[in-house]
Design a protein. Structure first.
Length: 258
């Protein structure tokens, strides 16, 4: 199952589960009120306040973390673009005879990076493009080192090789950023606490003669949509909220290399 489908399934399950919990909680609350009158509500407010407070805190924590990681991933795209662009410009410092092969390697390398991000939803294709870019990194490095060993290339060595090193290092940073997510237990904890909060909310509605479907559906929908948005931001290459637009910086850089 794809991550996008999993996010939709999680949100729909949360919505339906909350509606069921609200209905069950209302039924239990109505029976308790008939049996014990107003005594059925004794101490309920404190419990509800604690559970709803914890639920709000957990939602805020997961949303804030997802948004921060989303911004960090966008910044890494710009950082990689700048690193490749800097290394590309410093090719001019190398001997003229060595430049064509290195420039050709840079074009192939950037093409493989762009292709990898475009095929991110296909793990097999993305892995192949990543392996290709890693191989091209080694070839570019070997060509640059050989060029820097020629006489009079001390200045080029000091400028070119650190730029290449930064260009290579950022790929590892970006690869690890795609794996940086909160433990799944946090999302299941959010799921469970939300259902418990719905059960308590339904219990509080037990005194009414008929259920307020507007409030029940509205509460469940708001929470389900919030959960979906959090997951969508957390995995920005699989849903509606994406970082693909920032990949345009790499495409624009590639266009300057022709």
């Amino acid at each position: 199952m794809s991550l996008e489908a999993a996010s939709v399934l999680f949100s729909v399950s949360l919505f339906l589960g909350m509606l069921l919990a609200l209905v069950v909680g209302r039924a239990v609350g109505g029976r308790r009120i008939r049996e014990d009158g107003e005594g059925a509500r004794a101490g309920v407010g404190a419990v509800e306040g604690a559970v709803f407070g914890l639920m709000g805190l957990l939602i805020a924590f997961t949303f804030s973390g997802a948004a921060a990681r989303f911004d960090a991933r966008r910044e890494l795209i710009v950082t990689e673009t700048n690193a490749i662009g800097t290394a590309w410009l410093r090719i001019d410092l190398l001997p003229a005879s060595a430049q064509p092969a290195i420039r050709h390697g840079f074009r192939d390398y950037l093409d493989s990076r762009v292709a990898m991000y475009r095929s991110f939803s296909d793990p097999v294709a993305a892995k192949q493009d990543f392996e290709k870019s890693t191989r091209l990194q080694g070839e570019i490095w070997a060509l640059a080192v050989a060029a820097c060993r020629e006489p009079g290339m001390q200045q080029a060595t000091m400028l070119m090789l650190p730029a290449l090193n930064e260009m290579i290092d950022i790929t590892t940073t970006r690869a690890m950023s795609t794996e940086l997510h909160p433990p799944r237990a946090i999302f299941w904890m959010l799921f469970g606490i939300t259902l418990i909060a719905s059960l308590l909310a339904g219990f509080g509605m037990g005194g009414g003669r008929s259920p307020s479907w507007l409030h029940m559906i509205g509460f469940a929908a708001v929470m389900a949509i919030s959960a979906y948005v959090i997951l969508d931001i957390e995995y920005p290459r699989h849903g509606l909220i994406r970082v693909d637009r920032f990949d345009r910086t790499l495409v624009d850089l590639r266009a300057t290399m022709d």
